[in-house]
Design a protein around this ligand. Structure first.
Ligand SMILES: Cc1cc2nc3c(=O)[nH]c(=O)nc-3n(C[C@H](O)[C@H](O)[C@H](O)COP(=O)(O)OP(=O)(O)OC[C@H]3O[C@@H](n4cnc5c(N)ncnc54)[C@H](O)[C@@H]3O)c2cc1C
Length: 505
């Protein structure tokens, strides 16, 4: 049994990924009521949409949000520019989702909770992890819940408990970086009269401050972000409807009326990451492991992808008897991504600032080809084996560690249809892979699906027939020659314990 602490997007994704693999889970959250705060409304990045496609909830998400939102930039009441980010990003054969989905974070969480409920797991509310201890074989957690305090034993504990993570603190894991108290913004959800809800309105006024008003799909609310007016003594008035209205009047000068606030908060620039993601049987993921500016829209996305990296590995250890050292590859693969996330979000914030100062743009400048996260890879991981040199360093051919691209088959079935679910997939790309595919099949490897891809998909870029093993999280683990069933079986053996089996050399 795994204890997942925290039911934000990271914890919910991890809990579902474990339960669908047959791992018993308890997921707790200290909140009494699920939050209705919109937070990451912009939004779900293309790579995370692929994760949610694998979870089978993509249609629900697309129905609840929008992939088209004009960014309308104003100075006072004058229109400066209007752009529609991602307008030119139509789906491609190798990438069905190339546009960000604008959707309230609480709607994403509701869809994930429904999914979790469908597989028989409910979030335990009003339940707080207060402390834990661990031995070589288990974790003992103290939980304060509606029925009182209990001590419960688990195989593993994962702290998906946000930036202030109790789990991280109790493990003594340093959260290195900085907090800039000088860059504070009011944020909240309010109703807005005086603007049509057909665009995200953005004022970057170098004299008066920043004001962003974004309509939220499927509700009357808008998310507001605004520069506060600092009091003469240097203090910041607490966020309130009056303080937000003052910011709107000061910055827009337009007859815009705010009402019915359902969430009010203050954000500050916080750039920090954990120095490690695991200590024994306790791990951390999501904001518990990394926090950074919202520019680039990466926080919740990176948390969901942490969970997706960890879920199948924990399941292999708990259910399939893989060596615990497989869990070391979670940190090996995700710490560099955490670093990338901090770097990329800070660079997005800088790009926005430069554009604002030069008057050439706004928030759209923070959304780049990188922030869609489709190009992230684990090429340097010990789980990435290139046994056949199919790709020179400068070749576009897919290498071990890359995201496995989608591709339509002759009968209309897509590779993503084949990948969907908790299994790994062995692709035989080209007719000369058939014998090797049959040999692997006859070995009866659990949790592995094989597919004879008769024609090599252009998206993979191979000029010779090739065996490709796609991990359960949609990254290529192994690339080898058409006849190399031995290499495939050796790789699968390696997954049972990177330090317990013979390596790739
Ligand atoms: C205004 C704003 C805009 C944003 N925009 C974006 C965006 O466009 N794209 C994006 O990807 N991200 C964005 N983010 C960031 C995103 O909201 C976070 O990265 C995301 O919420 C992190 O998810 P998480 O599940 O890791 O943690 P959280 O969402 O913080 O969830 C942690 C949960 O753990 C619970 N918890 C904490 N301690 C305990 C305990 N001891 N016991 C039990 N439960 C506990 C908490 O109650 C909470 O529910 C934005 C954030 C803000 C504020």
């Amino acid at each position: 049994m795994v204890l997942v602490v925290g039911a934000g997007p990271t914890g919910l994704s991890l809990a579902y990924d474990l339960v669908r693999r047959g791992v018993p889970v308890r997921i707790i959250d200290r909140q009494e009521q699920f939050t209705t705060a919109s937070r990451a409304k912009a939004g779900v990045q293309p790579r995370t949409l692929e994760v949610f496609d694998d979870f089978g909830i993509i249609d629900r998400l697309l129905a609840a949000g929008t992939q088209r939102l004009p960014f309308r930039r104003l100075l006072r009441d004058q229109l400066i520019s209007e752009v529609v980010p991602y307008e030119d990003k139509s789906p491609l054969p190798d990438a069905p989702y190339r546009r960000m989905l604008y959707i309230r974070q609480n709607d994403v969480e509701q869809i994930l909770r429904d999914l979790l409920s469908e597989v028989g797991c409910e979030v335990e509310r009003s339940t707080t992890l207060t402390e834990f201890t661990q031995t070589d074989t288990s974790v003992i957690a103290t939980l304060d819940g509606p029925a009182g305090t209990e001590k419960a034993e688990f195989d593993y504990l994962v702290g998906c408990d946000g930036g202030g993570s109790t789990v991280r603190k109790q493990l003594g894991i340093k959260f290195q970086g900085f907090t800039d108290e000088s860059q504070k913004l009011y944020v909240g959800d309010v109703e807005v009269d005086g603007l049509p809800d057909d665009a995200w309105y953005q004022w970057y006024d170098l004299e008066r401050g920043l004001l962003l008003l974004c309509p939220l799909s499927g509700s009357r609310s808008w998310q507001i972000q605004a520069s506060p007016s600092v009091a003469p003594d240097g203090t910041l008035p607490p966020p309130s409807l009056e303080a937000l209205q003052e910011a709107v009047d000061r910055i827009s000068g337009m007859p815009i009326k705010l009402s019915n606030p359902t969430w009010l908060s203050v954000t500050r620039k916080n750039v920090r990451m954990a120095e490690s993601l695991r200590s024994g049987r306790a791990l951390i993921a999501g904001d518990a492991a990394h926090v950074h500016p919202v520019a680039g829209a990466l926080g919740a996305n990176t948390g969901v992808q942490d969970a997706y990296n960890l879920g199948w590995k924990l399941a292999r250890v708990i259910k399939d008897g893989a060596d615990q050292s497989l869990l070391d590859t979670y940190q090996e693969e995700r710490l560099p991504i955490a670093e990338w996330t901090l770097r990329t979000s800070c660079s997005s914030a800088d790009k926005i600032a430069e554009a604002v100062i030069s008057g050439t743009g706004g928030a759209e400048k923070g959304l780049t080809e990188e922030t869609n996260q489709l190009g992230l890879n684990y090429r340097d991981s010990s789980l990435s084996w290139n046994l056949a040199e199919r790709a020179a360093d400068d070749s576009p051919a897919v290498r071990a560690g890359d995201r496995a691209p989608d591709s339509p088959g002759p009968d209309g079935t897509r590779l993503f249809d084949v990948f969907r679910g908790p299994h790994a997939t062995l692709l035989g790309m080209g007719a000369s892979c058939r014998e090797a595919l049959a040999r692997v099949e006859s070995a009866g490897v659990a949790g592995l699906r094989t597919l004879d891809v008769q024609e090599r998909p252009p998206a993979y870029g191979y000029t010779e027939d090739t065996l490709v093993l796609v991990r359960p999280d949609g990254y290529v683990g192994l690339v080898t020659t058409a006849e190399d069933s031995t290499g495939v079986l050796r790789y699968l053996d390696f997954l049972q314990g990177p330090h317990a089996a013979a390596g790739r050399d």
